[in-house]
Design a protein around this ligand. Sequence first.
Ligand code: NAD
Length: 560
Amino acid sequence: MNTVAHPPHPINEPPQTYAPNSPERASLRDALDDLKAQHIEIPAFIGGEAVTTDRTFSVRAPHEHTRELATAYFCGADEVEQAIASALEARKTWSQMDWQDRAGIFLKAAELVSGPYRDTINAATMLGQSKNAYQSDIEAACELCDFLRFNAHFLEQLYMEQPFSPDGQWNRMEYRPLEGFVFAVTPFNFTAIQCNLPTAPALMGNVALWKPSPRSIYSAYFVYKILEEAGLPPGVINMLPGAGADVGDPVLASPHLAGLHFTGSQATFNHLWKSIGENLDTYRSYPRIVGETGGKDFIVAHPTADMEAVRTAIVRGAFEYQGQKCSAASRVYLPASRWPEIKDDLAAIVDAIKVGPVEDFTNYVNAVIDERAYDEITAYIEDAKADPGVTVLAGGTHSKDEGYFVDPTVLVVDDPKHVTMREEIFGPVVSIYIYEDAEFEDTLTLVDETSPYALTGSIFSQDRDVIAHVTKRLENAAGNFYINDKPTGSVVGQQPFGGLRKSGTNDKAGSIFNLTRWVSPRAIKETFVPATSYEYPHHQPDKATNGVSRTERATPEGRA
Ligand code: NAD
């Protein structure tokens, strides 16, 4: 298109409150009832066509596991082969489409989510991932819209990055999509990430194979349908539900793999990276590897901290969405002199937290995602209960009779390197270590060295010198560092998100840094009046004139 068009300036989508008697609460309840009244089929989508297979998966509500919401159809090597062919075919036109048209599709998808489909995407996230109304809205609706809108803005910034052109030349950078397809592999815990991982590369002109998690396939289906309604052409994003390796192995064996856009556990990312290494000779290009993985996120309070703020940060940071956030606060370091101020309060608040199904809006904590997660989380809790070096300050109880409910649990550990201070539990469990005030510096070393992860972390202090010192001292302990705030709740465009060390490649989802990974820049130089002689002036021989060499005559007077 013959114009320089700017995408609309992005503004973060405001969350709704769902307060009692609010219209949004009533309409969300209707959407929940509507979805529960249906049983849907979730096929694969290949080249825009719904594809079913003979491998089915029963999709159930984690908080009510007798409720089947959908039947999903799982893919394998045959569907992967079809999807690669369809993606490469779609690439021919998609990669050449004006970026304004590509961006227009994703901006329309954001409007559909923020408006007519907001209740649907929230209700699907609530039922399929057991997430309460507000926790759904802030991500399944708001963050999803933010990714789509801010990425269009970052695309423009990236394209505007152009080289210097001296007189007589025009230098340009063209931001080509990668040659091949991108494999987007998404985790269960954020509907917004499900949308972002395939759409960020697609916005940049790439085509994608998207493998959603079976644990969140219900909301993934609605994300796909909204993208389709927004005008995404067939084959640009192919959705392939399935068990990890059944889809992953044939995809990673394709010579056309151009990139991996992954979010999930460290174990899965390590496996995928190693597989790419093993297949390296197969690929036409070196695949881009972007992976955001787990965390063992900390709160450290200095003796100068506001302890009421610390207490609230622990409760919100550790237990929202049942602690199933990569950024969830899961290890806490508190000074012995201040601990008594919040100890009883913290226990009372956590024991009073309401746990139950998402349909009851007063529940703060809902179910964990499935039986496997329940068994893994509760094994940590039972081991802790049997450990004389651990005190269970609150919670410690659980039941999977109706849904996979784990009560929010606070452990106080004697050993700062206890297993629950080191490993990602990914459930509503937080461990607290009480340090002697005089050992603050040693405690910072513990914070830095106890876990292999470095995703998020917080310092609480009222002393600016302490804040400045800790911010430097823990420079590599977190990719997202918070001062006097909980370590969760990053917002697109405000706190670009990602961690280092074993937390991932830190390519900052929802930022220009992430988009740079999905383009292969081409530098183009145009010379307006090209040289016609192959020789340069210094190739001319020295010529003596009246005993003065040519070189000596090359003065301003001489040229005149
Ligand atoms: P997971 O690793 O179990 O699964 C992630 C995805 O990988 C799923 O789609 C799964 O089916 C797929 N997968 C598994 N094996 C595969 C294979 N061999 N080939 C291809 N795909 C395969 O993770 P999860 O339980 O869905 O998500 C929770 C994890 O994600 C936690 O560790 C959490 O910290 C992390 N996470 C990180 C961030 C971040 O931004 N750093 C955000 C959200 C979640």
